[in-house]
Design a protein around this ligand. Structure first.
Ligand code: FAD
Ligand code: FES
Length: 261
């Protein structure tokens, strides 16, 4: 667990919140922004940080990248709305990275990465990191409507890098109202392909219902799944018990849990 100002060596180790300036802010959609901090972090895709606004609250966010530290924030309540008011140069306190991320795959796997809502956040970094290991990657992004889809253009820009390394990245989108991509849920799009044996591994992050449905499909068709589960987190380090999920402490054992074949 180490955090350092970006570019400085060696990295220091921090278990306490440490302030870093916001370097850049990108608006992703009407309620989601990506924050790039002037910091780097010793971390792997799927791990999360705790972001603290002093005298207000502290909340967990998946890492979109570790160098520089990058998080995607959808405004759903008081903390995330306050984060959205930040400007470049303001300071955000960070501790972590915490938890278990996605486990590196064996070579030449055919994988599906599935993201629901802001669940796409850790998958872009995963797609970049795992490119040398994957024979083929299908990225399936699901949302309620077209205006909720996130990071589709970032995945599209990865396609040429996959092609150069002799593999393929396919991007598929689904919306529940049919305003973009296929109408329905990500699982509607995936079931036939899982049944046909097109994938060796599914990695997913998103709402619990989506993850539970993928877990069922994985066990039905014998495909292993690495699923990143969300829970209410307070300490982030296994002390308070608020993130317990089916007998496991998600901040330590997860958030990515592995199932199946
Ligand atoms: C490991 C992990 C990674 C996360 N990564 C991201 C991320 O990359 N981007 C992002 O925008 N958010 C992420 N979240 C969720 C984020 O922490 C919450 O959205 C945030 O805490 C909301 O705080 P708030 O005060 O704005 O809203 P609150 O008032 O706390 O919550 C608003 C609504 O969201 C629900 N909610 C809040 N937190 C959770 C939760 N953990 N699980 C289920 N429902 C919840 C509440 O029930 C409420 O309905 C992640 C959570 C976890 C545990
Ligand atoms: S958040 Fe406290 S035990 Fe996981």
């Amino acid at each position: 667990m180490s955090v350092s100002p970006s570019g400085s060596l060696p990295t220091a180790t921090f278990n306490l919140p440490t302030p870093f300036p916001v370097r850049a802010i990108e608006t992703d959609n009407y309620r989601t922004k990506t924050f790039v901090l002037d910091a780097s972090l010793d971390a792997a895709p799927g791990q999360f940080i705790m972001a603290w606004l002093p005298r207000f609250d502290e909340k967990p966010f998946s890492l979109v990248n570790a160098d520089p530290v990058t998080i995607m924030v959808t405004a759903v309540g008081p903390f995330t709305r306050l984060l959205h008011e930040m400007k470049p140069g303001d300071r955000l306190w960070v501790r972590g990275a915490y938890g278990n991320g996605f486990r590196p795959p064996r070579p030449r796997l055919r994988a599906a990465f599935v993201g629901g809502g802001y669940g796409v956040a850790p998958l872009l970094w995963l797609a970049r990191s795992w490119r040398p290991h994957l024979a083929a990657l299908s990225v399936v992004i699901g949302a309620g409507a077209a205006r909720d889809l996130l990071y589709a253009e970032h995945f599209l820009s990865l396609q040429q890098h996959y092609a150069k390394s002799g593999s393929a990245l396919q991007l598929l989108t689904t919306t529940e109202d049919g305003s973009a991509g296929a109408q329905g849920r990500v699982t509607d799009l995936l079931e036939d392909r899982l049944a046909a044996g097109e994938f060796d591994l599914v990695c997913a992050c998103g709402p619990d219902g989506m993850l539970a449905a993928l877990e069922q499909l994985g066990s039905r068709y014998g495909v292993s799944c690495q699923l990143s589960w969300e829970a209410y987190m307070r300490c982030g380090i296994g002390i308070c018990g608020s993130c317990e999920h089916e007998g496991r402490v998600l901040c330590l054992d997860g958030p990515v849990l592995q199932n199946g074949a």
